[in-house]
Design a protein around this ligand. Structure first.
Ligand SMILES: CCCCCCCCCCCC[C@H](C)C(=O)SCCNC(=O)CCNC(=O)[C@H](O)C(C)(C)COP(=O)(O)OP(=O)(O)OC[C@H]1O[C@@H](n2cnc3c(N)ncnc32)[C@H](O)[C@@H]1OP(=O)(O)O
Length: 382
């Protein structure tokens, strides 16, 4: 796999950093998640392929231990509020002095500087601060965040993973590590570069929910079908729009022009009525194999059995039978090989990892007995 041989220490966080760590693990990195002691359950749902070590970082011995792990690692990924790592004596100054090749990735909401940098926050706040949230939502309604996808995952975990891979690449030339300041506000805004830059070509000069791609245009929207499901319509270009009308059995000559904004409510009414007359399966049959850009809105229950997704094996199952999206993108020679066994229990690999990093049995026993580290047994496989 592309990241085979890369050693990552991930300090346990909420959602974005765990996703970043999971991407690295899927593509072959050895990721060790550092959990707290006395917290036997983890909320990390993005733990695939990781091992867990439980360390009490509030003890000087725990801090020394983490420093030793970082000396022999390529990447440390930390998800805390600004200053937390420095307070622990684990800031970049200390860790990079001990391992100049270390890539020190800091994934936060507001970044390492600026007046908000120490404030608590979540995806919705970061998306709001990026400017993007103001553009999301239906006309006449308040802004609406698309789950926590934009800041936490696209602008956060994924962007941070890109930063880590870039720094690893650069290190092959310079031999040196560096600090990555991954702000979810900036990552989300950067993800939204198209929205920013396409203002100049008039795509967004109407209000929220009244433009081309934000639910304003009737030919770029979802429609309910007879069986209470939905179809997604993305027929922007005239030649594809023509195919849409053909599938809906509508005569272009009897309709207002596609780009007549004032007629969009009327066009939407007509499309709504049409789509409500047949089931999702019927419409899929009508539009499959055409260039109308019309697809079913698949539920999580439907995705893996859809012929296209099935043919590409786009969804996989782990050993417990849970379905998940295959890591993307697909690399031809060195594709990701996601781990199919169950996620680690907090502290499941404490002893195994410490041995691997050169700690003696006596050192490990001492840390266990003094509560510096903790180990927990893996869940019994039923
Ligand atoms: C109804 C409630 C149910 C709850 C269920 C939760 C379900 C979760 C669902 C996922 C939701 C995802 C949501 C939508 C998100 O947006 S997640 C993104 C959140 N934001 C970030 O990650 C940005 C960066 N991080 C932060 O800003 C902050 O960490 C935070 C998220 C606001 C949380 O703040 P807070 O809890 O005060 O923690 P921090 O200031 O970071 O300090 C962490 C403290 O923990 C300590 N710590 C860490 N590791 C260890 C360890 N191994 N052993 C001992 N201690 C440890 C640190 O030293 C630090 O301690 P201290 O400095 O506070 O004394």
């Amino acid at each position: 796999m592309a990241l085979t041989g890369v050693k990552v220490i991930e300090l346990a966080g909420l959602a974005p950093a765990p996703f970043c760590g999971m991407i690295l693990a899927d593509f072959g990195a050895k990721v060790i998640r550092v959990d707290r002691t006395k917290a036997p359950t983890s909320l990390d749902t993005q733990a695939r392929g990781k091992r867990s070590v439980a360390i009490n970082l509030k003890s000087p011995e725990g801090v020394t231990l983490l420093r030793r792990l970082c000396v022999c690692s390529d990447v440390v990924l930390e998800p805390y509020r600004k200053g937390v790592m420095e307070k622990l004596g684990l800031g970049p100054d200390e860790l990079l002095a001990e391992n100049p090749r270390l890539i020190y990735a800091r994934l936060t909401g507001y970044g390492q500087s600026g007046s908000y940098s120490s404030a608590a926050g979540h995806d919705i706040n970061y998306t709001a601060m990026s400017g993007l949230l103001s553009r999301l939502g239906r006309s006449g309604e308040k802004p609406h965040a698309p789950l926590n996808l934009l800041a936490d995952f696209a602008g956060g975990g994924l962007t941070c993973a890109l930063g880590i891979v870039l720094a690893l690449l650069e290190r092959t030339k310079s031999g040196r590590g560096q600090i990555i300041d991954a702000s979810m506000v900036e990552g989300a805004a950067y993800t939204g570069s198209f929205v920013w830059k396409s203002q100049s070509i008039g795509l967004w000069n109407r209000g929220r929910g009244e433009s081309l791609l934000d639910g304003g245009a009737p030919f770029y929207d979802t429609y309910e079908t007879l069986d209470g499901k939905y179809m997604a319509v993305g027929a922007i270009e005239p030649q594809f729009y023509e195919q849409l009308l053909k599938g809906l059995e509508l005569d272009a000559g009897e309709l207002p022009p596609q780009l007549s904004f004032s007629d969009w409510p009327e066009l939407r009414r007509i499309f709504t009525e049409r789509f409500a007359s047949k089931t999702q399966a019927d419409w899929s049959e009508t539009f499959d194999g055409t260039d109308a850009c019309v697809t079913p809105v698949l539920s999580f229950d439907q995705v893996s059995s859809h012929p296209h997704n099935r043919e590409r094996c786009s969804f996989m199952k782990n050993s417990s039978g849970e379905e998940f999206p295959r890591p993307a993108p697909v690399l031809s020679r060195t594709p990701a090989e996601p781990c199919l066994t169950s996620d680690p229990v907090v502290g499941e690999h404490t002893i195994e990892v410490l041995r691997e990093y050169g700690f003696t049995s006596a050192e490990i026993d001492k840390m266990l007995s003094t509560g510096v580290v903790e180990r927990n047994a893996a869940k019994a496989k039923l």
